[in-house]
Design a protein around this ligand. Sequence first.
Ligand code: UD1
Length: 417
Amino acid sequence: MDVMIIKGGTPLNGSVATSGAKNAALPLLFATLLAEGEHSFLNVPFLKDIDSTELLLNHLNCKTYRDGEQFKVLVKKPESIVAPYDIVRKMRASILCLGPLLARYGEAKVSLPGGCAIGSRPINLHIEPLRQLGAEIEIENGYVIARANKLVGDRIVFDFATVGGTENIMMAASLCQGETILENVAKEPEIVDLAQCLRGMGAKIEGEGSSVITIEGVDELTPANHRVIPDRIEAGTLLIAGAITGGDVKVTNCVPKDIDSLINKLVDCGFSIETGSDWVRVRPCAQWSAVDVDTAPHPGFPTDLQAQFMALMTQAKGTSVITERIFENRFMHVQELARMGANITPKSQVSVVRGEKGGLSSAPVMATDLRASASLILAALATDGETKVSRIYHLDRGYENLEVKLQGLGGQIERCS
Ligand code: UD1
């Protein structure tokens, strides 16, 4: 199993480009199930989660391959509409095949994804709306078994603005009979990207990016031809990497407004931030101040940047109160940061971080989930010694060549087997 060895203490400097967004690419690839034929995407990142998606699509009779810059999906009618446990357990987002399979083929059998390190993560907000559209859904032997002769549009009000739930229902509603009005939906940039792609496939969707999305169902969709948006979480992580090392880093190929909430917090900390149409630059800051953060659905502060921001707060002047409002158990990185000397008191959904510049020291640490891995690497870059981060297979799920990108900025980081 690979580990990452990081020698900290060097300010990162230079320019680094963001890859395509994992959380945009996954729903887009599942959306291909809505239309037979050859779909083509640009900017699909090289990630383990993309491999897992390919595995599932291949199982559903689709051919996936890269052709130069293009990522192609050749969709054919599946022989089996089953998404098996062995594939789904590797990646929770596999549940996103439920809506498309049901809408296109009238049935789907998808393994329940189960919980994960950051919380129980139920899928009730995927299932109930599909029932409302007319699907019969049972849970049997660990599988969601869904059937529908036809799905008929309805008004659906989500209890919570779930990202995956919104995406699943948007995809299903695109092939529904009549109009579907989705209220209290997620407004994340990845939702907007999915809507744009679906529209390119012939779907009639309006309102993405606001809390109400209206979809007039069509009989048929055509294959997609779409470019995946840049990864805002990767962009934010790279920006924090620059900040925590006291470096001067320009993150290119990103959409600055998609990380406004992070940029605002960095400015509150005292960092000088410059933005262009598709880049953000953080300048060196000798001592930044602690600020409080509450995670929230977009455009609030993303839960997917909470762990990385916490690493930055361990080096701030003062005390930062970090409140996690999206997931119930997303402070797994706290214990590992504490092993490196961080002074953090976690209590339920709140962590109190007492910052101290130079207060981190190197220690062997273990990644517990995707964003926690990034947080530990950032913390390691801020120490003076050598840190070994193990279980970085979590990192490979969602960051494309992070160590290569950090090396390009002068970071001393090596992947070792
Ligand atoms: C997506 C992102 C993930 C990000 C999260 C929140 C992808 C592939 N993953 O995950 O990186 O951290 O959004 O921004 O895009 N919930 C329910 N019932 C449901 C669905 C969700 O109670 O049926 C709860 C979850 O347990 C969680 C909250 O709603 O507490 C948010 O989950 P959701 O927005 O659905 O996240 P994901 O789509 O799983």
